[in-house]
Design a protein around this ligand. Structure first.
Ligand code: ZN
Length: 149
């Protein structure tokens, strides 16, 4: 009986991190101007979703800065263009740009950061894009984000 209860408690503990993992993702970025994923699916069951960004390279933020910016697919080029002009001090995101659904700060090699946003900002069937808004990076560094069951 005691042994049975111990197993139940163990399984109960295991289920907690599994659920949390469903509402977050870790994305790596490197010195070769690459993300390690090109598609992120977010479950509608999540109230909030967290993106953990890890820069696995070693180059400084001034020359190989990376962030993770989420917009509607159609807004990407405009947000990237304005972000290029916004400068390093603004993480290359135009302050107050309401086309930006969520974004992390800009980081250099060896650093990591994260952003958490409300999932109810996303609509099923809409096309969303994530990208790095450092000047010149959004071409190779982009992927899709979609809302799933
Ligand atoms: Zn970048």
């Amino acid at each position: 009986m005691i042994r049975h209860m111990a197993v139940a408690a163990f399984l109960g503990l295991l289920s907690l991190p599994a659920l949390a993992d469903d509402c977050s993702v870790t994305v790596e970025a490197n010195d070769q101007m690459q993300f390690d994923t090109d598609a992120i699916e977010i479950s509608q069951s999540c109230d909030e979703f967290t993106v953990n960004l890890e820069h696995t390279g070693s180059m400084p933020v001034e020359s190989m800065g990376h962030n993770w910016v989420l917009t509607h697919k159609d807004d990407m080029s405009g947000v990237a263009g304005d972000g290029a002009g916004a400068g390093l001090d603004n993480d290359h995101v135009e302050p107050g740009d309401d086309r930006v659904i969520a974004h992390t700060e800009l980081i250099g090699g060896g650093e990591s950061t994260s952003v958490t946003f409300a999932v109810d900002q996303l609509e099923e069937g809409e096309d969303y894009t994530f990208f790095c808004s450092f000047p010149g990076h959004s071409g190779p560094m982009q992927g899709s984000v979609s809302l799933v069951d």
